[in-house]
Design a protein around this ligand. Structure first.
Ligand SMILES: Nc1ncnc2c1ncn2[C@@H]1O[C@H](COP(=O)(O)OP(=O)(O)OP(=O)(O)O)[C@@H](O)[C@H]1O
Ligand SMILES: [Mg+2]
Length: 474
């Protein structure tokens, strides 16, 4: 891609960007939220047409008017939100729209055989061509997308934040898949905010900033600090804000023997001024616990003070807030302005508060346009609106489920500072994060869940090994 430029609504979001990917390489594209990464990839995939610049594949100049044309030219893009049909089988999805036909009928067995071979070539044994997509985990659906890309003979595979919805152990599987693709000579373009992944996988890294390319370099020539400097344009200390110095205050929320279909015997206090980290493996019940405390999926047994909320509405009324991990379910009004979205809960709780714009600045909404429609924001910026929406209400207890997922490194630091400030002002905070360094760095103590029960508690500054041990021990 050479000199790619693109404007939306008169704003230049890509400015003469060059990008090159060689056969068999993983080329990572990194940058802050709103830098233009997804837009550049959508241009490659024929979703958007560039205003300027050229694209060449195998030395031949191409111009895509439609995603199907890009697909035919060998470009496959795997979005975070998959395009699979849940009620169809794996094989049907892989061959959607180009089913093999024999004697006028769809040749199911040919389709299933071919799909089976593709899955085997990817080392996938946990499901088969006849399984319904709706029964598959996110990671398995990703494999289906990759199988589809292979069946289309893709030469270039784009992955836009592929690990954002994966559990830790699934991330390892994705690494293996990516390596299988490059071993076949496929070029993988890989977008992620997790720098660990970038250094694990990438051969080369291109950094975008405000729509322009600031660098392309061999991954081996950079370290985290250097990469962050390129992305953010300044030094960024890799430290978390200091933990609470004062002992925590009174318990603002207490549960004794809390239970429901997914949780058992939960005893937990969340006290004023503390950040409690909630750790556990995928499926251990972390999200379920946050939802039960909030009332969205209530406890059916046990005692809770100040009250046991039976619905989200009751939770909010009791002074509890929940930032869920699922942005879609967060009820952002996509066609409305950022500012109105940020005020959604405040208005519902009849607690209009001043200072929205300042808060949006603090979570580093980029570009800082409170009047922008939410649907036009990049993924990470939508997440910041969700955070602002709850922080503005300042509930007494705030539960965060993966608060910084999809958020860039610079903005992450800003959000961490804000969380610590809220705690210092007397809020009780519970935080779930699959990124252990973040969980450990932020928490005053860490509660570990296992199979829906509390397996134990660890003090601030415990090691990743200690957390994992407690989470996995049987
Ligand atoms: N369809 C659109 N209409 C108007 N503006 C858009 C549109 N799509 C993207 N933008 C704007 O283009 C800029 C780049 O967005 P893009 O989604 O490419 O960022 P990104 O680098 O992928 O960020 P993130 O890390 O948050 O995913 C942002 O300012 C975004 O608001
Ligand atoms: Mg993006």
């Amino acid at each position: 891609m050479t000199g790619i430029g693109k404007s939306f609504l008169g704003v230049r979001v890509l400015k003469g960007v060059d990008l090159e990917a060689a056969a068999g390489e993983v080329h990572a594209v990194v940058g802050e939220n709103g830098a233009g990464k997804s837009t550049l990839m959508k241009i490659l995939a024929g979703v958007h047409t560039p205003d300027e610049g050229t694209i060449e594949i195998d030395g031949r100049s191409v111009a895509f008017g439609h995603p199907v044309e890009a697909q035919r030219a060998g470009v496959a893009i795997i979005y975070q939100e998959f395009n699979l049909l849940p009620e169809r089988t794996v094989a049907e999805n892989v061959f959607l729209g180009r089913e093999p036909v024999r004697r006028g009928l769809v040749d199911r067995s040919a389709m299933e055989t071919a799909t089976g071979e593709l899955l085997r070539s990817l080392g996938e044994e946990s499901f088969g061509p006849r399984d319904l997509v709706r029964r598959l985990s996110v990671a398995q659906q990703q494999v289906v997308e990759i199988a589809k890309a292979l069946s289309l003979n893709a030469r270039i595979v784009v992955m836009d934040e592929p690990t954002a919805a994966l559990a830790d152990h699934e991330v390892e599987l994705l690494y293996t898949l990516v390596r299988r693709l490059t071993a076949r000579g496929i070029a993988v373009l890989y977008i992620s905010h997790r720098l660990r992944e970038i250094f694990e996988l990438a051969d080369r890294i291109t950094v975008l900033k405000d729509g322009a390319r600031v660098a392309t370099a061999a991954a081996s020539s950079l370290d985290t600090a250097a990469l962050v400097r390129l992305m953010v344009g300044r030094e960024l200390d890799s430290y978390f804000p200091p933990r609470a110095v004062e002992p925590p205050g009174e318990a603002l929320l207490s549960v004794r023997g809390g239970g429901n279909a997914k949780l058992r015997g939960i005893d937990l206090d969340l006290r004023a001024g503390e950040i409690v980290g909630l750790a556990g493996l995928q499926g251990s019940g972390r999200t379920e616990l946050a939802k039960a405390l909030f009332g969205a999926e209530p406890f059916t047994s046990g005692e809770m003070t100040p009250c046991r909320p039976r619905s989200a509405r009751e939770g909010i009324a009791a002074g509890i807030g929940l930032v869920t991990e699922d942005r879609k379910a967060e009820g952002l009004l996509l066609n409305q302005q950022v500012r109105d979205n940020a005020l959604l809960v405040a208005r519902a709780a009849r607690r209009p508060r001043a200072g929205v714009d300042r808060l949006l600045e603090r979570v580093r909404l980029n570009p800082p346009r409170p009047k922008q429609e939410v649907r036009l924001l990049s993924g990470g910026n939508q997440q910041k609106v969700v955070l602002a929406k709850w922080m503005i209400v300042a509930p007494r207890v705030l539960l965060f489920d993966e608060p910084t997922r999809g958020v860039d490194v610079g903005a992450k630091a800003g959000i961490h500072d804000l969380m610590r400030e809220l705690a210092r002002d007397g809020m009780a905070i519970l935080m779930i994060s699959s990124e252990l360094p973040e969980l450990i760095g932020m928490s005053d103590r860490i509660v570990v869940l296992r199979d829906g029960r509390i397996a134990g508690e660890l003090p601030a500054g415990s090691t990743e090994e200690a957390v994992m041990h407690l989470a996995a021990a049987s």
